[in-house]
Design a protein around this ligand. Structure first.
Ligand code: ATP
Ligand code: MG
Length: 393
């Protein structure tokens, strides 16, 4: 980060030398004051996007609609955004139009929380217009201005508050939380992609347990009814591990529903969630076995087990899954010592389907330890199979 920080300083220096104002801003300054490593460095300036692009040799207009230009310095990149005063909030979503500003104060005022509204100059002076320092010390997430107005302007800020709870372990300041509760249903107006992005982040950070409890307390299920049973269950739990795929699987399983169409998961995510739900259902009464683990590997069963043991703490098959996986004699068909060609050498049958069935059969025998993965043993097994089952047909 130090190297990045120095490169960030060089970006600010270039802007200053050309007569513009420029500051580090937002999460980077917050995390720096908390002595935490920040993901990325945001810079704010009164230079217009096209002016920023002229000053640096490698840039990309990544968020030009919102005044953001990415500046590349070596392998590092910096989001440089022109001072803004937001306008025209439509349908509780992010503004359609932005108005550029010449004032850092105006830019900081439009930001969501006091702890996200620090600016830091090149000589490391902190601009703190909303007593963010105090909130940082008291571990509080507090909306800037009148919370009701701010959440009505952009309801995603409600979910962002929970994101910062999960990331920092902070509390939500009382009036901010009252307003979140009051406006919680506005979340249903926000594009699901943005909601999903925030949920992913919430489930990724260390204090998700706290965030989930607060989301439940704020009745977030008024906006997302399909999450109610899952959140109610988690609200009573402590010390659990869970990623977002497990979270949504848990919710849909408890509601006994398919993945609702409006939640825009990728096909890969959908396949994993469906698999988890299927495994949770199957292993409600049955144990994991070699064939399941051979077919799926251990990662998805372990995720499903995370869900199962939340629902029923007595149903924890983690050790079994890990042990089965470790002692599997083969992990793929190509690990078999007897190949398709070896089968063809034993018979005049040349039917892909039959050969496939035989391979499946040997795989099953080997996986379940009825047959060793040994050329000669498998060869005699296949010979008897051919004699008794296939060649006769
Ligand atoms: P993280 O470390 O999780 O990235 P961050 O504070 O950098 O946290 P971003 O989502 O990257 O959060 O946003 C950068 C900054 O932009 C925020 O710190 C905040 O000042 C401002 N911001 C982002 N989204 C909003 C919003 N919906 N309303 C107001 N300000 C916002
Ligand atoms: Mg950020």
């Amino acid at each position: 980060m130090n190297k990045n920080y120095r490169k960030g300083q060089s970006v600010i220096k270039t802007l200053l030398e050309n007569g513009y104002q420029a500051y580090f801003v937002g999460g980077f300054v917050r995390d720096r004051l908390l002595n935490k490593e920040a993901n990325d460095i945001d810079i704010t300036t009164d230079a217009l996007p096209n002016e920023v692009m002229k000053l640096f040799s490698k840039t990309k207009a990544t968020g030009i609609k919102y005044g953001t230009v990415t500046v590349f310095i070596g392998a590092s990149q910096f989001e440089v955004t022109t001072f803004r005063a937001d306008m025209d909030y439509l349908d509780h979503r992010r503004p359609e139009k932005v108005v550029y500003s010449k004032s850092i104060e105006e830019d900081l005022k439009r930001r969501d929380f006091t702890i996200n509204a620090f600016a830091m100059s090149l000589d490391e002076n902190i601009v703190d217009l909303f007593n963010g320092r105090q909130d940082l010390d008291n571990h509080l997430i507090r909306a800037i201005g009148i919370p009701d107005i701010r959440f009505k302007e952009d309801a995603l800020r409600i979910l962002r508050a929970f994101r910062f709870v999960s990331k920092l372990g902070f509390d939500i300041e009382e009036n901010t939380f009252i307003s979140i509760k009051k406006n919680i249903e506005l979340l249903s107006k926000i594009a699901i992609e943005r909601i999903l992005d925030e949920f992913k982040k919430i489930m990724e950070y260390s204090y998700k347990e706290k965030a989930i409890k607060l989301m439940f307390e704020a009745n977030i299920f008024k906006a997302f009814p399909e999450l109610e049973k899952g959140l109610a269950l988690l609200n009573k739990k402590t010390n659990y591990m869970m990623n977002y795929l497990e979270f949504f699987s848990l919710c849909y399983y408890l509601e006994n529903i398919d993945i609702p169409l409006n939640w825009r998961f990728s096909n890969k995510e959908k396949a994993i969630i469906n698999k988890i739900i299927e495994l949770v259902t199957v292993t409600e009464h049955d144990r994991y076995n070699e064939m399941i683990i051979y077919r799926l590997g251990k990662d998805i069963p372990l995720m499903a087990n995370n869900v199962s043991r939340l629902i029923n703490p007595n149903n924890d098959q983690e050790e079994l899954i890990v042990n089965i996986y470790k002692s599997l004699p083969i992990y793929r068909t190509c690990d078999l010592k007897f190949k398709g060609q070896d089968i063809l050498d034993l018979t005049t049958l040349n039917n892909a389907e039959v050969i496939g069935d035989i391979i499946d059969d040997i795989t099953y025998q080997v996986i379940t330890n009825k047959l060793n993965n040994n050329y000669d043993e498998i060869r005699s097994y296949v010979m008897s199979l051919l004699e008794n089952k296939y060649d006769k047909e």
